[in-house]
Design a protein around this ligand. Sequence first.
Ligand code: SF4
Length: 184
Amino acid sequence: MYTTKRYQATIPVSDYLREYVDIPTFLECCKKCHNYETKWSCPSYDFDVLEYWQKYRVFDLTAIKIIFDKDYAGKTFPEEELQRIMEASVHRIKQELSDELLEKEKEYKGSISLSAGSCIRCGGNCTRKEKKPCRFPEKMRYSIESLGGNVGLTISRLMGIKLEWIEEGKLPSYFVLVCGLLHL
Ligand code: SF4
């Protein structure tokens, strides 16, 4: 169904903040997303986003390009089938990346990982909708974009890849998942 390609980059947090982070703009974009205030991994937040970044010194970025083979790339699928393909590819790799980064956190004392997109651990049933605490706070992580990071700019400049977004009912030729580890 697909192959993957891994990219890595490391940048000082101070440089990343200067070149790739625009908190007001991205938090404003988040307000238009259906995840806004319905997932604990997404804004609004009860902490200062800039201070969150500034607790760390180095940002190790990882991107995984999920490249669909010719039977899937650019093809149109019914909603249910598209969902199944996404589960078997993007969601599966996202979960693997999340587990990998949680392991990495143990190697770097005081580090924290940033996930590839919003949390999908509970499917569509995030407890924030019911104003209840997160079910897995020890595993939930914020995404780069939800903290104001420009993911498209990040991967094009630091890794030489472009983001491709899904069109209605159609699979793109590839997806890119971008995550990272903030450490001291
Ligand atoms: S772990 Fe579950 S409850 Fe917590 S943010 Fe993710 S989806 Fe929501």
